[in-house]
Design a protein around this ligand. Structure first.
Ligand code: SF4
Ligand code: SF4
Ligand code: SF4
Length: 241
């Protein structure tokens, strides 16, 4: 198991949103109409044209207000749960060199809801009109050409790091040991199962509900193959009346 990984040191993130803009620019994705939700988080969520969003969380701890910032994106899981929602061969592929989990033209023919519901991090988003599902692809084209993902390239604070998985795991463990001196509750999140390894300075739940996998009492909600097939057949049944 090698390939690539991100190490995201949240103790350094200033929520400048450079990474969010860089993602839009590289992917040539449009801006979207947004609204004031009472938060600096803007747009308010991921979408089919916003593959990366910086989440803002404001919490009162010990009588003081604290900000927690989370640049959110697909985790490129080592054994990607979203694949369990797919029914067509090779409709969700894992790049053998980088480990990137990639959706393609075949994914567009799948039941978007089955795939979306299988993600324990609530990442993929569906275009309301075309029903095509999308998410971050690790900037696999850039990585294959020897470049950094656009979000990593743009980060001015050292929050975003990218490289060989072993090197990123080593960097994450070193940074955790250093962070513990200042933040006793600092921790790495799901580092053994994902390729986007976050270091938090406090409990992950303070950042966002989806920072950790939604394990719940019975594990992530995974569609069975039968459920996915049934959901694929639904539009045809409706058409046949
Ligand atoms: Fe799939 Fe979700 Fe994991 Fe990304 S984070 S690889 S969409 S299961
Ligand atoms: Fe966007 Fe590329 Fe970063 Fe993924 S790796 S969040 S597609 S810039
Ligand atoms: Fe945080 Fe870096 Fe993104 Fe700015 S560019 S929001 S510091 S991760």
């Amino acid at each position: 198991m090698s390939g690539k990984s991100f190490f995201v040191d949240l103790t350094k993130c200033t929520a400048c949103r450079g990474c969010q803009v860089a993602c839009k620019q590289w992917k040539k994705l449009p801006g979207e109409k947004t609204r004031n939700t009472g938060s600096h988080q803007n747009p308010p969520d991921l979408s089919d044209v916003t593959l990366r969003v910086v989440r803002f969380s404001e919490k009162e701890i010990g009588g003081k207000m604290h900000w927690f910032f989370l640049p959110d994106q697909c985790r490129h899981c080592l054994d990607a749960p979203c694949k369990s929602g797919a029914t067509l061969p090779d409709s969700i592929i894992v790049d053998p060199d980088t480990g990137a989990v990639i959706y393609n033209e075949k994914t567009a023919k799948e039941s978007a809801e089955a795939i979306r519901s299988s993600c324990p991090y609530n990442i993929p988003r569906v275009n309301k009109k075309t029903k095509v599902i999308s998410k971050c692809d690790m900037c696999n084209d850039r990585v294959k050409a020897g470049k950094l993902p656009a979000c990593v390239q743009s980060c001015p604070t050292g929050t975003m790091n990218f490289g060989d998985r072993d090197a990123m795991l080593a960097l994450a463990k070193k940074a955790l040991a250093e962070a513990k001196a200042k933040y006793p509750d600092a921790q790495l999140v799901d580092e053994e199962s994902v390729r986007v390894i976050f270091l938090t300075q406090d409990k992950p739940g303070l950042y966002a509900k989806n920072l950790m996998a939604d394990a719940g009492p019975t594990g992530p909600r995974l569609y069975t193959r039968q459920e996915a097939l049934a959901s694929l057949a639904r539009p045809f049944r409706a058409f046949l009346g």
